[in-house]
Design a protein around this ligand. Structure first.
Ligand code: ADP
Ligand code: ZN
Length: 754
């Protein structure tokens, strides 16, 4: 596909006249977003010589029809132009580079590291709002007129929504977007004088005086010192804060950020999900004033605005989820990842990067510290500390000396079969104890819906999704069967579709049924549920968390969502309703995830003076993941798990590359998976000595064998060295022509194995 291959004459040796034909010229390498792997070379015409530069986008002719296409200029150099010539750049899209040289280099590295196309990475690094230059024409921003802040007669519901949404200076389209009202409504409100034009976007508040800044404990100070040392000495160092919830990690981040700002530099703080961590965000806001919070609910124009402020160096602190690791800070001085073990830091669509690795690359490149914090560090992280590549700082105690709550494990195999809803008498007693003492309760059940499957009494038939082969989860009201694979909704009939008998039974409780059950057992308690079903609307997380904080909710039922961000002193009981929910998934991280989740949620109990308890219901109390979590000893789990990973060559002792092959045809999926596995195995044989520690697992049907009408097969290649693995995969897949009926993905360092 390279367009600069010189068209040689008849004489390969190159007679003198051919040399004369060549001349030097300015050449731009351009990466396109399409399926091309390599950059294409284009001549830079003289009139554009001053404006074509790396990091800006250019318009270039593509293909035989010379279709104008926008691509990213990644390099410009003076080179020999082949005799046959080069196509020329048509135009320049951006007034200034969207990406710095370092960020461009990062994207090239990512493309190599996660085996994805460079164009794909560039699109992921630059938010759509930036690429489209959304809102860059100065549009007027509106605020409420003073008279609109007092109750107004005769407002339509749409106008009321606009008034509720106008909490900051916003453009008309942003207002429409946030309120769901039409542009016409807003135009009328401007005419009526309810909305007035604001002079400029919100002026950033200045930081409050740092008087709330507490004196660090000796453990905290010992954690902060290596961070500040690295900063002062201008060198890279990764510091892992290993501390239970409430041990003061966030305070260490805050003071490290303060130090960064003192050097006139910028800090990026990554959190797993903004809407679940409002407390963390507001603490940063309170302490620093100028904080850019990159929320997933920002409009493209808002995102573009934040991006430009960060790039201009006007923002000292950036807080955001995974993609904030790409914030274009010109003077980065510190990067922090809170809850670094969370799998949301790995992107599940292409490019399948992990923010932790990207963060380390940036910090190494900028010679600055990286801080990773967690009560349950990923095994990859733990191992790097054990080998002293990274430095671990432990915060073993809670601030203020409150003790970790006692954990009671309830063996579900004992006693009478469980009643629907999943509460054992022990857990019920715990809830009653907490409520009587005026405390609050958190109940974790990591399964949504009412019943996880619906089965016929007579023939045992289970209702499944016709396009995914997954059992349908029953959701109430209305007896809807919802496929958690594809989201399809199917009405469940009272009779079995196989044998026609009436009497379907609902098996396996989800959060909905638990809520129902809890409400019936504790009729005086105020119960709320927090899961993907109840949290669809924007702002619903914050609303529920606020209500819980204000004591308007006694019992909060939810999925793993409630394991984060809930640091409230009146929580006296945490109940893990079914600890085994994710323990037996076909994933080598199942134990690690389970131990992390239980440890995290258990840490939410007993943060106040009245203390607290945890009840864990499990059918496998002897499992090391559950045993360790029950005594708040995550490290015990790590010590147990690491040798197993090592024996099997799994991360952190080896790397895994996973392939998922999808097709409407079961045969095509299987045959293609077998073909791919064959090619990989041949490459391994040819790799001589390096090959003997590399293995291919599979192919096999993926654990979710059918999804959205496609059959899924998967295989893994695994070995001690990621670079060698990637080269093997490249050689095995070079020039591979994929049949149209088959789609496949490559996932380097997968965290999702279903
Ligand atoms: P973590 O991030 O580990 O959950 P935090 O930093 O949120 O812990 O600390 C828990 C609580 O203790 C917070 O309310 C915080 O303000 C307070 N805190 C943290 N460090 C100190 C300290 N050195 N002295 C007094 N209070 C502190
Ligand atoms: Zn489905």
């Amino acid at each position: 596909m390279s367009q600069h291959t010189p068209q040689r004459g008849l004489f390969e040796s190159g007679p003198a006249w051919e040399e004369d034909d060549r001349h030097a010229g300015l050449v731009a390498s351009v990466v396109l977003a399409g399926p091309l792997d390599r950059p294409l070379d284009y001549l830079v015409p003289e009139k554009l010589a001053g404006s074509v530069e790396p990091g800006r986008r250019v318009r270039v002719p593509l293909g035989r029809s010379n279709r104008p296409t926008v691509g990213y200029c990644v390099a410009v150099s003076t080179r020999d132009i082949p005799g046959s010539g080069l196509k020329a750049v048509l135009d320049v899209e951006d007034e200034r580079p969207l990406l710095s040289a370092t960020m461009l280099e990062l994207t090239a590295w990512m493309s190599e590291r996660w085996m994805c196309r460079h164009g794909e990475v560039l699109e992921a690094v630059l938010p759509a709002g930036v690429r489209e230059a959304a809102g860059s024409r100065q549009q007027p921003h509106f605020v409420l007129a003073p008279r609109a802040t007092t109750p107004q007669p005769r407002l339509t519901p749409a106008q009321q929504r606009v008034i509720a949404a106008a909490t900051a200076p916003l453009t008309a389209s942003e207002l429409a977007d946030r309120s769901g009202a039409s542009r016409a409504v807003i135009t009328r409100m401007v005419k009526r004088g309810l909305l007035i034009e604001a002079a400029a976007p919100a002026v950033e508040k200045q930081a409050l005086p740092a008087d709330e800044r507490p004196q660090l404990s000796p453990d905290q100070a010992a954690a902060l010192t290596p961070i500040c040392d690295a900063m002062r000495e201008g060198r890279h160092e990764t510091v892992v804060l290993f501390g239970v919830t409430g041990s003061g990690k966030t305070e260490v981040y805050l003071q490290a950020v303060e130090e960064t700002l003192r050097y006139g530099k910028q800090a990026i703080v990554l959190v797993p999900e903004i809407s679940l961590t409002p407390q963390t965000c507001s603490r940063f806001r309170r302490r620093f004033g100028t904080v850019a919070v990159l929320h997933s609910h920002l409009t493209p124009a808002e995102r573009h605005r934040e991006w430009r402020k960060i790039a201009a160096g006007d923002v000292g602190v950036v807080v955001g989820a995974r993609s904030a690791v790409f914030a274009p800070t010109p003077r980065l001085g510190l990067l922090v990842i809170d809850e670094e073990h969370e799998s949301s830091f790995k992107q599940s669509t292409a490019p399948r990067y992990h923010a932790r690795d990207v963060a380390e690359w940036r910090c190494r490149r900028e010679s600055i510290p990286l801080v990773l914090g967690s009560a349950t560090p990923a095994l990859e992280t733990f191992q790097k500390c054990l080998t002293s590549e990274w430095r671990m700082a432990s915060l073993p105690n809670r601030v203020g000396g409150t003790h970790l709550p006692g954990v009671l494990t309830v063996d579900l195999r004992d006693g009478p079969p469980r009643r629907a809803g999943g509460l054992t008498p022990r857990l019920e007693a715990g809830i009653r104890w907490a409520l009587n003492a005026g405390g609050q309760v958190i109940l974790l059940l990591n399964r949504r819906g009412f019943a996880t499957h619906v089965q016929c009494h007579a023939c045992g038939h289970t209702v499944i999704c016709p396009q995914c082969d997954l059992s349908l989860t029953l959701h109430q009201p209305g007896s809807r069967g919802i496929c958690h694979g594809c989201g399809r909704v199917i009405r469940i009939r009272p009779r079995c579709s196989e044998c026609g008998e009436p009497g379907l039974s609902m098996r396996g409780s989800g959060t909905q049924r638990l809520e129902d059950r809890v409400a019936r057992s504790f009729p005086d308690a105020r119960v709320a549920r927090m899961d993907a079903d109840t949290m669809r609307r924007r702002g619903s997380h914050e609303a529920t968390l606020d209500a819980f904080r204000n004591g308007e909710i006694d019992i909060l039922v939810g999925t793993q969502m409630i394991a984060k961000g809930l640091d409230f002193p009146s929580v006296m009981l945490v109940g893990v309703v079914y600890a085994d929910a994710a323990l037996h998934l076909p994933d080598f991280r199942a134990g690690e995830r389970t131990c992390q989740l239980i440890t995290q949620v258990a840490g939410r109990s007993g943060r106040g003076p009245k203390g607290g308890r945890v009840v864990v219901q499990t059918a496998t109390p002897e499992h090391p993941a559950i045993r360790a979590a029950a005594v708040h000893d995550y490290e015990a789990f790590v010590r147990h798990e690491l040798p197993i990973r090592e024996a099997l060559g799994y991360p952190p002792f080896g790397q895994v590359i996973r392939f998922v092959i999808r097709s409407r045809s079961e045969t095509a999926a299987r045959e293609w998976a077998e073909h791919l596995a064959g090619r990989l195995r041949r490459q391994i044989e040819m790799a001589s000595d390096a090959g003997n520690r590399i293995r291919v697992l599979g192919p096999a049907p993926a654990p979710i064998e059918r999804l959205r009408d496609a059959w899924r097969w998967h295989l893994q290649i695994q070995g001690p060295d990621g670079g060698i693995l990637r080269n093997l995969v490249r050689r095995a897949t070079e020039g591979l022509r994929v049949p149209d009926s088959v789609a496949w993905i490559v996932d380097v360092d997968p965290v999702e194995m279903l």
